[in-house]
Design a protein around this ligand. Structure first.
Ligand code: AMP
Ligand code: MG
Length: 416
């Protein structure tokens, strides 16, 4: 059957942003869990609840270098106590202390029986046989209780948690050298277009450098996934077919360009042969059209996102549609960036029927937002300068300075 590059001509009904997102997310599942060495787990998602198998810290220990004492003996100062020994970190006290006695103790060392307080060395004369306590010290000071950090039997991290450095430390203190985490999605990135050349090349007449593979690849990386940059794909069905066949090794595929109504837009017809794809006219600017579907082979089904070629449209639709999908694939439970209200400083004109995402600079302290300058879908600088997206609803064609608008805080991690 001869292919023709029909694409978005067939997509007539305007889809809202939320409908498109729902259509995508309903088809995305988390990848399988696997055991991964702890140092490779940062940025991944925990696949199980983790229950503490012991107390952390495992024993009562000193928070200071000083003297372990009975609080009653140091309630007033000065006090003189007999030093009956010393215990370093990693050591064990060889006897309990009695009233009037002290043991020299180092930070992290077990607190001897009988002691309930540690007087820091700065509040003593640092003597070896009989120590003088020079500052009155409250009972219980500088003693860390067993289990005060993590209590044996309690859930210390829940399934779906993003593993940041602190969570990695918690897993380490639980002795989990290979925790069960969701696999990191490997995402193939393809740029299509006869005019597109790689960054290392000098563009000839009519050619442009490929920014999308790098910006989208970086966005995939920033979403905690592994970008897999594929060679640039020329605008022929054969080239695209071959490139997509190779990309089937990935967990997801992201293309840019070739989804619109031009004579050389092959994404829809070629993906249709290899699975299914919808090209949606989403009521959004920038970012129309957007394609989503599945490549199928050997019993596998790999989601494919066809982003528009314009650099701003590509990155913006990645942020709104692909990033949440990749986070869900990564097992995350929070998929959406924080939003805030801000006072608009610049007037904005927009297409009446479309939801317009202007690129803004948010001043959280002042509660204001201003535009990053010209907002054309080819002006990548408008995104480079941005700290937020200004989310302007359909059904209006202008917003005035001074109005309260919603901003999406794209520099902050997802909170819902
Ligand atoms: P398309 O969606 O293929 O019709 O492309 C729309 C616009 O985006 C055209 O001006 C393309 O030259 C441009 N474009 C497409 N792909 C890229 C890319 N990888 N990097 C930069 N610009 C691109
Ligand atoms: Mg193109």
């Amino acid at each position: 059957m001869a292919l023709s590059p029909t694409s978005a001509k067939s997509a007539t009904r305007l889809l809202s942003v939320d409908e498109a997102l729902e259509g995508i997310l309903s088809r995305i599942r988390p990848l399988a869990p696997r055991e991964v060495p702890l140092m490779d787990c940062v940025g991944r998602t925990l696949a199980v609840d983790v229950v503490a198998d012991r107390d952390v810290p495992p024993f009562r220990n000193s928070a200071m270098d000083g003297y372990a004492v009975r609080g009653a003996d140091v309630a007033t100062a000065p006090a003189r106590l007999k030093v009956i020994g010393a215990v370093p970190a990693g050591g064990m006290p060889d006897r309990a202390i009695a009233p009037g006695e002290a043991i020299r103790i180092m930070t992290g060392a077990p607190v001897p029986e009988g002691a309930d307080t540690v007087v820091r060395v700065e509040d003593t004369d640092n003597a070896d046989d009989v120590v003088t306590i020079t500052a009155a010290t409250r009972t219980g000071v500088a003693v860390r209780q067993a289990g005060e950090d993590l209590r044996h039997g309690t859930t210390v991290l829940t399934k779906g948690s993003l593993l940041r450095p602190a969570e990695i430390g918690v897993l380490a203190s639980m002795g989990l050298s290979k925790p069960l985490v969701i696999a990191r999605p490997r995402v193939a990135v393809l740029s299509t277009g006869d005019e597109v050349v790689d960054v290392a090349e000098t563009p000839g007449p009519g050619q442009i450098r490929d920014s999308n593979r790098y910006s989208v690849g970086a966005a995939i990386w920033a979403a905690g996934c592994g970008p897999w940059l594929r060679p640039i794909v020329r605008d022929t069905p054969d080239a695209l077919r071959a490139a997509l066949r190779d990309a089937l090794d990935a967990d997801a595929v992201v293309t840019s360009g070739g989804v619109s109504v031009g004579d050389h837009d092959w994404v829809k017809p070629v993906v249709s042969e290899m699975g299914r794809i919808d090209v949606w006219a989403v009521a959004i600017r920038p970012g129309r059209p957007l394609a989503f579907g599945e490549l199928r082979a050997d019993g596998r089904s790999v989601p494919i996102f066809g982003l528009p070629g314009n650099p701003v449209s590509a990155l913006l639709t990645f942020e709104l549609f692909v990033r949440p999908a990749l986070l869900r694939m990564s097992g995350r439970d929070k998929l959406f960036r924080p939003v805030a209200k801000a006072t608009l400083l610049d007037p904005i004109d927009k297409p009446h029927e479309l939801r317009f995402f202007a690129r803004g600079i948010h001043d959280a302290a002042a509660g204001t937002v201003r535009l990053t300058g010209p907002q054309g879908s080819g002006i990548l600088k408008s995104m480079a300068l941005a700290t937020c997206l200004i989310d302007l609803s359909p059904g209006r064609s202008s917003f005035a300075a001074g109005e309260t608008v919603t901003v999406i805080l794209t520099d902050l991690p997802e909170d819902h």
